[in-house]
Design a protein around this ligand. Sequence first.
Ligand code: ASP
Length: 329
Amino acid sequence: MQPARITAVVLSVLVVLACGPAGQPAPEPPDWILLIHGGAGVISPDTAADERERYAAGLRSALAAGRDVLDRGGSAVDAVEAVLMLMEDDALFNAGRGAVFTWDGTHELDASIMDGAGHGCGAVAGVTTVRNPIRLARLVMDRSDHVLFAGEGAEAFADSTAVERVDNHWFDTARRREALEKKKAGQDRLGTVGCVARDRAGDLAAGTSTGGMTGKRFGRVGDSPIVGAGTWADNGTCAVSCTGIGEEFIRYGIAQRIGDMMEYGGLSLQEAADQVVHHILEEGDGGLIALDADGNAVMAYNTIGMFRGAASSAGRFEVAIWDEPERPQ
Ligand code: ASP
């Protein structure tokens, strides 16, 4: 091929790569974007307006905390940690204060965090005295040679850090005790927290924190602290945080599977998320939030609702529980 012809072919390939489907320029990704969830499950559409608004307000404060970090140029990992610490301290959500009760009437908390720039990750499972498990997970990532500490080992690791400690009863809340009583009577309720972010530098991060499932038995660990199941972040593909019946998310490696479908199967983020939520998982199993490297966002669930929110540098700031966004009252 003549050099001029080669140049023309290369140029046209570059033009195609830079353009959307109909030759339109591909939309610029927002400078930063942030998604959160506060659990998926049986959330009755008849929920009283004041309770609905309490959840919406909790989601908005969490979004605002992440927005503040990302807006001033902070990293995606810092934003995820800030958002989840706030949600852990909010007794409405099943993470940190407000975590559900185990069958034995105690609390065992799980969390994980992952940095999309280089596969750094940290997780803790079954901690009982750490006020903010996501903070401890971050320290596992930043300050240890390991990825996951469980039970007594996680508590021992916490002893070597300055994280705030509390008595296990500090996590008690009346509504979660009521949920345990209902569970013992055969009913259930979910409510984990998660966050995914893409910062101004284009780095992705994901994190998830939970009290697990109401009435869980001795030492049960769900998907939330399992990197690849409940949490995943890789700058080359996507950042994902899941919520729902953890056993199912572990069985199918749901969070990482989305990245694999994109990397090896050529699927878009939306296609991969639809595939896992509506074809691999079963109706009622849960949901997830996910971002890709181009700033595309997905919030998908196969339950009645999912507490969730989105914010971006392009001015997006919205929360939702069912299919429609919640409007401030
Ligand atoms: N996935 C969590 C677990 O199984 C629970 C939830 O998301 O509500 O521990």
